[in-house]
Design a protein. Structure first.
Length: 523
């Protein structure tokens, strides 16, 4: 695939905050573009190179670790307002959870040292050398085909800022570079995570052990959510357009971040659903009426009243300034949260094919875990508190954990256990709230700067995914930003070599020349 750009085709807009790539330039647009770009037409920008907000951390593999209870919690970051507080009744159910995870937010497949050849590791992490001839392979073939890692949520939503910038990042660096600001943001995320979990190293001997650890972590995260109403850093997987995709959700809770927005969305859905029925036809609600004429509520599920509580997704963004983004700058975050919800719904409905996932990572899902892994992970004290009134209470002792791991002693079996935990936690996709929240914090001290809530829009997300996957599969070229988003060029490290920017400058210059020539001829 080449990066030379012609007049780009439009891309779908989202909720009025997105731009339509490649819009035609009118007279005012030419002047606006010239003013926006002329100041850096010859040289690269002098400002510090900018990378959009961190969406996920693509750190190199770290040693796996476990999360155990703290005798006293760490120094917390400033907490959210009282309207978003978790109910004390939920928090009191247990102490901070024990959860097995990778240290420092590991986002990549665990590999034992030496289990992958040096050449493979180099091909997976280092940028490609400049080829002598143009490389016509698609981005998917070049950067996200085995033995390189699969697609991540970052890969899919980062191009919403600028596809060409992400393309240049891949071709120049082999991956999205971690800036000092992103590293500082990781520290804020770690403090937030340690309010729920305490990290303790765990030894794993095989790649299957490493993946068992990741799935076990999801299981404990779901149990933490049920027991306390809050969990953080929940890893998820899914398949988008035939490609395995993974991501990590910052926070899940039972607290709706914007009740007014949810009520408005609910009313709109009700209005659309209330179509008049023929006189002799009964509604579904009428069919469910009990003998006394009442209709059961959605929460009146026998034996487990908590299954119908809705779960809400949030993502924490860190910023160096004191303002929160607006307009087109929010688009990657909107897509990120909506994609998280889509992937989570797939797991909640058990529609993710585990065989596809394990095959993509070249795992042996039937191989048993090592005895050392079961002993070490099972020996951790997860400190869940049993409650006789709650039939969803998780296992509470070290012995229970060992027995559970022995009963699910392979990736296939522990995946089935994870799906069962999803079923206990979420009754299906409808139990996941459509209100999504992005919370912005200062990267220096973690203070909350503000938040934005969005409504999940399945059609807008699908339109975006369909269009974005065309680029990943090489069915179209990467697009630059629209004229209204030319401010992004001023803070882009690739501005000096950007083919789109040069083409737009040439286009605006030529249109301006023709317009001036026409004006002179009319005099």
């Amino acid at each position: 695939m080449t990066t030379s750009q012609s007049a780009p085709a439009p891309a779908p807009a989202v909720n009025g905050t997105a731009s339509d790539y490649g819009s035609d330039l009118d007279t005012d647009g030419e002047d606006q573009l010239s003013q926006a770009l002329s100041q850096f037409a010859a040289d690269a920008p002098a400002v510090k190179p900018f990378v959009p907000e961190s969406i996920e951390q693509d750190d190199p593999p770290q040693l796996p670790s476990a999360h155990v209870p703290r005798s006293s919690p760490p120094q917390p970051l400033p907490q959210r307002s009282s309207t978003s507080e978790q109910p004390a009744r939920l928090r009191a159910l247990r102490s901070p959870s024990v959860e097995v995870e990778y240290d420092n937010g590991n986002r990549t497949m665990f590999a034992r040292e030496g289990s992958i050849s040096a050449s493979t590791r180099q091909a997976s992490t280092e940028p490609e050398s400049q080829p002598a001839v143009p490389d016509d392979r698609s981005p998917l073939e070049r950067f996200r085909t085995a033995p390189k890692k699969p697609l991540s949520v970052t890969d899919i939503v980062s191009p919403a800022w600028c596809e060409l910038q992400y393309w240049y990042s891949l071709t120049k660096h082999g991956r999205k570079k971690r800036t000092p600001a992103m590293k500082q943001g990781s520290k804020v995320h770690k403090v937030l995570e340690e309010q729920v979990h305490h990290i303790v190293p765990v030894t794993v001997q095989t790649r299957e052990d490493g993946w068992g650890l990741r799935i076990w972590n999801v299981i404990q995260g779901l149990r933490t959510l049920r027991a306390t109403g809050l969990t953080r850093e929940l890893e998820i997987w899914g398949v988008i357009d035939g490609q395995v995709v993974n991501g990590i959700i910052d926070e899940l809770s039972y607290t709706c971040p914007d009740e007014a927005l949810e009520e408005s969305m609910s009313k709109n859905k009700t209005t659309k659903a209330e179509n008049p029925l023929p006189r002799n036809q009964r509604s579904l609600r009428d069919l469910w009426k009990t003998a006394d004429g009442t209709t059961p509520t959605s929460n009146a599920r026998i034996g487990n009243p908590h299954l119908q509580r809705k779960i809400y997704l949030s993502d924490v963004k860190t910023r160096g300034g004191k303002t929160i983004p607006q307009g087109a700058s929010v688009r990657p975050t909107v897509m990120q949260l909506m994609l998280y919800r889509k992937l989570l719904a797939g797991l909640a409905s058990n529609s993710v094919n585990a065989e596809t996932l394990f095959s993509r990572y070249s795992l042996k899902p039937s191989d048993p875990f090592t005895d050392a892994f079961i002993a070490e992970v099972g020996g951790l004290d997860y400190n869940f508190r049993e409650d006789s009134n709650e039939d969803f209470a998780p296992v509470s002792s070290q012995q229970d954990s060992v027995v559970e791991l022995l009963e699910h002693n392979s990736l296939n079996q522990i995946w089935s256990l994870m799906i069962a935990e999803f079923s206990r936690t979420m009754s299906g996709p409808d139990s996941i709230g459509d209100v999504l929240k992005a919370e912005y914090r200062s990267s220096s001290d973690g203070k909350i700067l503000g938040s934005r809530c969005f409504a999940y829009d399945d059609k807008a997300l699908q339109d975006y995914l369909d269009d974005e996957m065309k680029w990943w599969k090489g069915e179209r070229e990467a697009r630059g930003v629209d004229i209204e988003e030319a401010f992004k060029c001023r803070i882009c490290e690739f501005a000096a070599e950007c083919t789109w920017r040069k083409a737009k400058i040439d286009e605006a210059t030529e249109k301006h020349r023709l317009r001036m020539a026409k004006n002179k001829s009319e005099v």
